[in-house]
Design a protein around this ligand. Structure first.
Ligand SMILES: *[C@@H]1O[C@H](CO)[C@@H](O)[C@H](O)[C@H]1NC(C)=O
Ligand SMILES: *[C@@H]1O[C@H](CO)[C@@H](O)[C@H](O)[C@H]1NC(C)=O
Ligand SMILES: *[C@@H]1O[C@H](CO)[C@@H](O)[C@H](O)[C@H]1NC(C)=O
Ligand SMILES: *[C@@H]1O[C@H](CO)[C@@H](O)[C@H](O)[C@H]1NC(C)=O
Ligand SMILES: *[C@@H]1O[C@H](CO)[C@@H](O)[C@H](O)[C@H]1NC(C)=O
Ligand SMILES: *[C@@H]1O[C@H](CO)[C@@H](O)[C@H](O)[C@H]1NC(C)=O
Ligand SMILES: *[C@@H]1O[C@H](CO)[C@@H](O)[C@H](O)[C@H]1NC(C)=O
Ligand SMILES: *[C@@H]1O[C@H](CO)[C@@H](O)[C@H](O)[C@H]1NC(C)=O
Ligand SMILES: *[C@@H]1O[C@H](CO)[C@@H](O)[C@H](O)[C@H]1NC(C)=O
Length: 401
């Protein structure tokens, strides 16, 4: 199951849609038991619970003049009347995948997400030639990620997150030269991130969170500037954050939280002008916060909590006027809170506890009317609160001083 591992920037929990997208093909009805029909009936026969009663009525070969193209969750090509898309997501289905599914030779899109399918993926699925979209998110598939995924030459989107896949990331993945989004998060994958993943030149979003990956962040990942999201959080990665990360000029989100990374935050991070979320907390990072961070004018969330970062908070932080979340708790920051932080008028959540900050709370902080939560405790701060605090910070619901 997908864990909500990172509470700061909650993604909207997808609303479970209880209806199915239904697309009917221009009805050229067939009565013959075609290959596609027997493949789908085999799938139905492998479903043991969930809404299978519903499918058994609808996915029926006996209903007169029924074509698979009219079945719920099925989409066909209008020309050949062959199944091009199968979408039985969110139906609470339990079962396994029969080898027959590999006979859907026109299949382009397969969406089984949010069910309880289990077992291994049958080898016969490798006979599919055209898949562009495969989403098996949140099921209970086990075994290794089959290397034949690397043989789908057209694959653009592959989501295997939230299953029980184990073993190494197959290096054949590097063959997916068209893949744009790859999500292998929340499985039990181990070993290194294969260096060859860096060869995926059009890969925009890579999610490898919540596995058991070790080793270093491959330098190759910093080779192509197409990357927009890199999520390697919640693993056991070690080594340093490569300074080459600064090459990823289109990067919007970088999640490295909860790993075992060491070394300093490279100042090259300041080159990532499009960055919105920079989430480096819960590692073993040392050194100071680079002033170049002030160049990240689009930054909305900055998390450096639970590291060993020292020195002063650079006043350039005050340039990050889009910032809504700032998490620096549990570091070794010293000096005063820069008054420039009073410019962060969109700030909703300011977490600075457990550092060595001193001096007085800059009065500007108490004018940040968007603040909902402010934690400054366990520092050496002094100063009085304005008497009309409730008026100045109307949204405040938690405060620790
Ligand atoms: C499958 O159907 C769901 C609605 O149940 C929809 O949200 C999703 O986008 C569909 N998948 C594809 C690949 O079209
Ligand atoms: C299956 O459901 C769809 C949509 O509700 C409907 O159009 C179609 O006729 C049904 N087919 C059968 C065989 O019940
Ligand atoms: C489909 O696949 C199954 C299992 O892989 C196979 O036994 C069957 O002969 C195939 N062909 C047709 C037309 O169903
Ligand atoms: C997933 O499979 C494991 C082992 O096969 C089982 O213990 C677990 O209950 C299953 N989880 C779900 C959500 O089906
Ligand atoms: C890579 O793709 C080529 C051509 O599609 C194929 O022949 C080869 O076996 C694939 N290699 C791996 C490791 O999957
Ligand atoms: C990856 O790219 C490098 C050059 O950029 C090339 O030498 C290497 O063979 C490629 N590896 C694979 C698996 O395609
Ligand atoms: C982190 O790295 C240190 C030093 O290499 C090691 O002792 C520790 O076991 C690592 N922690 C994890 C969770 O891998
Ligand atoms: C930080 O390093 C220490 C010693 O090297 C290690 O014991 C600890 O597990 C590391 N912390 C994290 C979060 O990996
Ligand atoms: C960034 O902040 C510094 C110090 O507060 C200031 O001098 C500089 O003008 C700011 N730069 C931009 C682009 O806002």
């Amino acid at each position: 199951m997908k864990k909500h591992y990172f509470y700061l920037f909650p993604l909207a929990v997808p609303v479970l849609l209880h209806y199915l997208m239904m697309t009917s093909c221009t009805a050229m009805k067939r009565l013959s038991l075609g290959t596609d029909q027997s493949a789908l009936l085999a799938l139905k026969a492998h479903i043991t619970s969930g809404q299978q009663e519903f499918l058994s009525e609808n996915w029926s070969s006996t209903a007169a003049a029924s074509s698979v193209c009219d079945w719920i969750g099925v989409q066909c090509s209008s020309r050949h009347q062959r199944v091009t898309a199968l979408n039985i997501s969110n139906m609470g289905l339990t079962g396994t995948i029969p080898p027959d599914l590999g006979n859907l030779s026109f299949l382009v899109s397969l969406d089984l997400r949010n069910n309880y399918f289990h077992g291994n993926l049958p080898e016969e699925l490798s006979h599919l030639r055209r898949p562009r979209f495969v989403r098996l998110t949140t099921n209970n598939f086990t075994g290794e990620i089959p290397m034949w995924f690397g043989h789908f030459p057209e694959l653009q989107f592959l989501f295997l997150d939230g299953n029980g896949f184990s073993g190494f990331i197959p290096s054949s993945i590097s063959n997916l030269s068209r893949v744009e989004k790859l999500d292998l998060s929340y499985n039990f994958l181990e070993g290194n991130i294969p260096e060859k993943i860096g060869n995926l030149s059009v890969l925009r979003e890579l999610y490898l969170s919540g596995d058991d990956l070790v080793g270093q962040i491959p330098l190759s990942l910093c080779k192509f500037s197409q990357r927009q999201v890199l999520d390697l959080s919640n693993n056991r990665l070690s080594g340093q954050i490569p300074k080459e990360i600064g090459n990823l000029e289109k990067l919007k989100e970088l999640y490295l939280i909860t790993n075992n990374l060491t070394g300093v935050i490279p100042r090259e991070i300041g080159k990532l002008h499009g960055l919105k979320l920079l989430v480096l907390g819960r590692n073993n990072l040392t050194g100071t916060i680079p002033r170049e961070i002030g160049n990240l004018q689009n930054l909305q969330g900055l998390n450096l909590e639970w590291n060993q970062i020292m020195g002063m908070i650079p006043k350039e932080i005050g340039n990050l006027t889009m910032l809504t979340e700032l998490y620096f708790a549990n570091n070794s920051l010293t000096g005063t809170i820069p008054p420039e932080m009073g410019n962060l008028y969109q700030l909703e959540n300011l977490q600075l506890p457990y550092n060595g900050l001193n001096g007085s709370n800059p009065p500007g902080l108490f004018n940040l009317s968007a603040l909902r939560n402010i934690e400054l405790a366990f520092n050496h701060l002094s100063g009085n609160l304005p008497p009309d605090l409730g008026h100045r910070l109307p949204k405040l619901w938690a405060m620790g001083l």
